[in-house]
Design a protein around this ligand. Structure first.
Ligand code: KG4
Ligand code: ZN
Length: 335
């Protein structure tokens, strides 16, 4: 059997995840143990709690992943793991689990960049055609990434302050919504109309960078001013206005880069790729550019998972790009 089978592990933040990927594009099994309930009451991810949960869960999740696939380690060709960026203590649990498995079963070890993983989640949906552009929008990253071949990433624009997901989560906090706030803002936005006048940060002419902190502050000021005057805000309308501003900037810059770089495909990636407003706006905008293929991962592959890490690892495996037992966790790793 010539199939390539990669066992992948992801523990960079608050999901303990493992997956088996066949030939870089097919999910054999996929397990995600979320810790969100443990972090909710703190209004965000508490790194120490995340590490402890990963320690408790990682062996169980790995076992379940092999069981779901009806496989043993003998069937696996390589062990892949997220090496960064992320929370150092959380990353270390995955890295050490992967090293232990690779060493014990004499399998090659592969280190994967978390954002490369988010981008490669799209490969589980559609084969990649180059050059392509990926709009990466997650809790920690907002980037436009140009790819001319597998495994090579050129960041043409990135956020200068808050990531898109971070802005969603902070705005949600001001509206007293639970963590993570992105999905709640998204839901509220669909019940309201964008009646509040909020800024859009376009930055200098031609820039593909982003900035969301001014928008976030404008939302916070709107709430505070209303409170001081004893007025009520309409949360649905404020959420709709915030979402309209974020989506407008993301879509406009993505379309401009698509045209400037003449890409064949555009891939949406990261947790905020689950946003209904963003998905709909991209589908609508790209319906007018029929020679460019828009790929959007299914909801379950937008937020953190290990299937995407296995898909990205497949390309490294093809090029014999292995890690050794000195592999470490790199919390600030560049793409
Ligand atoms: O990629 P991800 O799971 O973790 C990181 O690598 O950061 O992204 C998590 C982020 C959170 O900020 C969360 O609020 C946001 O993705 N998110 C959303 C939606 N679903 C998740 N933001 C907006 N709308 C959504 N539907
Ligand atoms: Zn992520």
């Amino acid at each position: 059997n010539n199939d390539q089978l990669i066992l992948a592990i992801e523990t960079s933040c608050d999901e303990t995840a493992a997956s088996i990927i066949r030939n870089g594009n097919e999910i054999v099994s996929n397990v995600v143990a979320s810790q969100i309930d443990s972090h909710k009451r703190f209004g965000g991810v508490v790194p120490e709690i995340a590490s402890r949960h990963h320690v408790e869960q990682v062996t169980i999740v790995l076992q379940e992943t092999l069981e779901q696939a009806n496989m043993t380690m003998d069937d696996i060709d390589a062990v892949a793991v997220t090496e960064g960026p992320g929370l150092v203590g959380a990353l270390l649990i995955g890295v050490n689990a992967a090293k232990a498995l690779a060493f014990a079963h004499n399998k090659p070890l592969i280190g994967v960049h978390h954002i490369a993983g988010h981008i490669y989640a799209n490969r589980l949906e559609k084969e990649m055609t180059f050059p392509l552009l990926s709009l990466v929008v997650s809790g920690g990253h907002t980037e436009l990434v140009l790819m001319k071949e597998h495994g090579k990433f050129e960041v043409i624009g990135e956020t200068r302050d808050d990531a898109a997901g971070e802005a969603y989560d902070k705005v949600a906090r001001v509206l007293n919504l639970p963590y993570p706030g992105g999905p709640h803002i998204d839901r509220l936005a669909h019940e309201g109309t964008p009646s509040y006048n909020l800024p859009r940060a376009w930055l200098e002419e031609g820039s593909y960078d982003f900035s969301f902190s001014g928008l976030k502050s404008a939302v916070i000021n709107t709430v505070h001013n209303a409170t001081q005057k004893g007025e009520e805000i309409v949360p649905e309308n404020l959420a709709a206005s915030f979402q309209a501003s974020v989506v407008d900037v993301l879509v406009t810059k993505t379309i401009r880069a698509t045209k400037e770089y003449g890409v064949k495909q555009v891939l949406l990636a990261g947790g905020v790729a689950a946003n209904k407003g963003l998905r709909a706006a991209l589908v609508s905008a790209f319906s007018e550019i029929p020679d460019v293929e828009l790929v959007i991962p299914p909801l379950s592959l937008c937020t953190d998972n290990a299937a995407m890490i296995g898909a990205a690892a497949s390309v490294l495996f093809d090029h014999d790009k292995y890690a050794d037992m000195a592999l470490n966790a790199y919390p600030g790793l560049d793409l």
